[in-house]
Design a protein around this ligand. Structure first.
Ligand code: CTP
Ligand code: CA
Length: 221
């Protein structure tokens, strides 16, 4: 009902959104992942759709229903997320990277399940760095308007702006974890070239709608 009254500030825009964690296998039955419920990314996809956008949501493993009218692609690893994003981003107007992408994947994933042997025998894992999906999109010659997310455990105000500049993106939404992970509400600081804008504690859909309005107001043309 509320959606009916949302102004269609993103009408005609095509938006690609990543959400949720990635899952990086160790062997066929084990893996490493990040803490992310996907709730914030899915709320943004819903809000963008309500605002009239054509939304493609690239989701890691999460237990959430697809927002109405949103095209969804499910992926596992960071590399799969990058592949899905790279095939969708050309011609899009906005890219919002909400996913908690694993920074590292296991080097040399075992073909078969690692077996527990002696009492003190533990496997040692080595890692390689995953591609940075947001930085890859931000480097494209015809890049869409790029929005990043940052979950920090401390010093949000300084880390947030530093990360926005390092990633070379116009807008970054920062929040503090882990207290907000999996919760239905959150509190966000938006960082752009003009400075910080605080979005006070609210449920994730309300924040998503504010973020969508902030993006629409910053789009060129
Ligand atoms: N991101 C991404 N691909 C990665 C890592 C991060 O697209 N391999 C995106 C996230 O979706 C988010 C932004 O980059 O929008 C910031 O992620 P974050 O993990 O906070 O930044 P990092 O550069 O990985 O720095 P940190 O060392 O703090 O993890
Ligand atoms: Ca990271």
């Amino acid at each position: 009902v509320i959606a009916f009254f949302q102004p269609k500030v993103l009408r005609g825009k095509r938006i690609v959104i990543t959400a949720g964690p990635t899952f990086e296998p160790i062997d066929p039955v084990r893996g490493i992942t990040n803490r992310s419920s996907g709730k914030m990314g899915f709320a943004i996809a819903r809000a963008a759709r309500e605002a009239g956008a054509d939304v493609h949501l690239v989701a890691g493993p999460v237990a959430l229903p697809t927002p109405r009218g949103v095209l969804r692609t499910d992926v596992g690893t960071a590399q799969q997320m990058l592949d899905a994003v790279q095939s969708s981003v050309p011609g899009s107007d906005v890219f919002i990277a909400v996913a908690a992408v694993a920074d590292w994947r296991v080097d040399g994933v075992a073909d078969q399940k690692l077996k527990k042997t002696g009492d003190s025998d533990v496997p040692s894992l080595s890692f390689v760095q995953n591609p940075d999906i947001l930085a890859t999109v931000a480097r494209l010659p015809n890049r869409p308007y790029c929005v990043g997310f940052a979950a920090e455990s401390e010093q949000l105000e300084s880390f947030g702006e530093a990360k926005r500049q390092r990633k070379n993106i116009p807008l970054l939404a920062g929040n503090l974890g882990p207290s907000t992970f999996g919760q239905d509400d959150n509190e966000i600081i938006l960082f752009d070239a003009q400075g910080m804008t605080r979005l006070p504690r609210a449920d994730k859909l309300a924040l998503a709608r504010q973020l969508v309005a902030a993006i629409a107001a910053r789009l060129p043309g």
